[in-house]
Write a protein of this length. Structure first.
Ligand code: SF4
Length: 471
């Protein structure tokens, strides 16, 4: 594959308030292109099987990345926009795992055994809703049906909820082969935690980060959210200072998008408690300044990492990639999604599993895969996906690389888009030369605005889904 890496990039950001205000429009986050809004129910299990067959015939066939969705949470965070089921009944997890095991057997039998699993990720919901014994059994099952990589190059990660993980549990994750963790922090302020119904003592979280480091986890990520109710510039400044001192390898800084019509849990958040748009922007600016000053590299779209972290290195080497889990260093893998609502990406298609537990259980109990919709990319989709991926990962598109990869003339093919981008060029977000589009530091917080120019489905997608605003 041709490298489209940025030869000499600026790892930091310039925060231009007036530009950000002007470009603060709703749009997709581009964890895929086309986005999930385009997925269709006309995509069948047969289409998915065909894609697997084609992917097995690749020379050499791609390695695999596995995603498992664990949808349970013990309590509800009011800001939540994830697909989850709130329950305290642990037996629900066992019922679910029985079906997940059947899906693992079915999916595992479809992929050639010589295809090694380089990456494995458990997301949710709350994967640590499972007991350590349940996790052990799950990993055993996966190991029976897929060819798991066991050396240091494996990338096995899990999202943990610090409220459900103690020192023993953390140790058992390490013993099971997980070498990366990601934990939700959101905000250390007790008032904010109360307003979003996520009480998570600061000292416990910090102790867990420290213990994860001494245990040996090679990449620790923490999630923060700005724009939450009762958050102020001063309160979030304390959260930022605290997390910077804890020094995780990666920090994800997400924007809270208040869409209560789309995400019912958010109806419990009082709109009057939210920071004003100006205050929210000030919080973002403060965050960017503090993370820059602390030496974190801006990877793109919400993600910061230390310069020596693999995400930073991949951005530099041209091996960074973006998929449904965000940024990744495993561009060369086919992604197999398992569990309710999970999305996979195999060969040229996306495939999504059933969205309710009942539908998922019915499909699996009948001995069928639970795929119910998806999308097969055409050539134009693949070209646009590559362009959008380059913008998201490197802030740059080199026309000759795209021309060679797809046999097109970029400036002809995208003449309309290049014209539309003129305003962004005049505003200093990008520079367009004869051979490349380069995102400039003031445009780096507005990557998805730039990508939207290349999204041919955006007008119709906007009629079918409500997207969050850019900031
Ligand atoms: S934010 Fe995470 S832990 Fe909270 S309810 Fe949603 S999925 Fe569960």
């Amino acid at each position: 594959m041709l490298s489209t890496k940025v030869p000499d990039f600026d790892p930091f950001l310039v925060f231009d308030k007036s530009l950000i205000k002007r470009y603060d429009k709703a749009g997709p986050r581009y964890t895929s292109y086309p986005t999930a809004v385009q997925f269709s129910k006309s995509f069948s299990t047969g289409d998915y099987l065909l894609a697997i067959q084609k992917s097995n015939e690749g020379t050499p066939p791609k390695p695999l990345s596995l995603y498992f969705h664990i949808p349970f949470c013990a309590t509800l965070c009011f800001y939540c926009a994830c697909n989850k089921f709130i329950t305290k009944r642990k037996e629900k997890a066992q019922e679910y795992l029985e079906r997940l095991y059947l899906e693992i057997e079915m999916q595992g039998s479809l992929f050639n055994r010589n295809r090694q699993v380089e990456q494995l990720h458990l997301g949710g919901g709350t994967p640590t809703f499972l007991t350590s014994l349940q996790l052990e059994q799950l990993l055993q099952k996966v190991g029976q049906h897929f060819n798991l990589r066991h050396d240091d190059q494996r990338d096995f990660s899990i999202e943990i909820d610090p409220r459900t993980v103690d020192a023993d549990y953390l140790q058992s994750l390490w013993d099971l082969g997980f070498n990366r963790i990601s934990m939700g922090v959101q905000d250390f302020d007790p008032k904010v935690q109360q307003a979003v119904h996520r009480i998570q003592p600061r000292d416990e979280t910090l102790a867990l980060i420290q213990r994860a480091r001494t245990t040996g986890f090679k990449s620790i990520n923490t999630d923060l959210i700005y724009g939450l109710p009762l958050q102020t510039l001063e309160s979030f400044s304390v959260t930022l200072d605290t997390i910077i001192e804890a020094s995780p390898d990666r920090i994800s800084l997400f924007n809270y998008a208040h869409l209560p019509d789309r995400f019912p849990p958010q109806q419990r958040i009082r709109a009057g408690d939210l920071p004003s748009p100006d205050e929210k922007l000030a919080i973002l600016q403060l965050s960017v300044d503090k993370l820059n000053a602390a030496g974190y590299v801006y990877i793109g779209m919400d993600h910061f990492a230390k310069p020596g972290d693999e995400l930073s290195l991949a951005r530099h080497d041209g091996t960074l990639y973006r998929n449904f889990q965000g940024y990744s260093t495993h561009a060369d893998c086919d992604l197999v999604g398992m569990g309710v609502t999970a999305i996979g990406q195999v060969d040229d298609c996306y495939a999504q599993n059933r969205r309710t537990l009942e539908d998922y259980y019915n499909a699996i109990d009948a001995g069928r895969l639970a795929v119910f919709k998806g999308y097969t990319l055409n050539l134009d989709d693949k070209i646009r996906r590559k362009v959008i991926e380059n913008i998201m990962c490197y802030g740059r598109v080199d026309f000759p690389a795209i021309d060679t990869l797809f046999g097109i003339d970029f400036t002809d093919y995208f003449s309309l888009e290049l014209e539309q981008l003129q305003t962004m060029q005049q505003d200093g977000l990008i520079s367009i030369t004869e051979g490349a589009i380069q995102v400039l530091p003031p445009g780096r917080l507005l990557l998805r605005n730039i990508c939207m120019t290349f999204d041919r489905y955006l007008p119709q997608a906007r009629q079918r889904a409500k997207f969050s605003r850019v900031i």
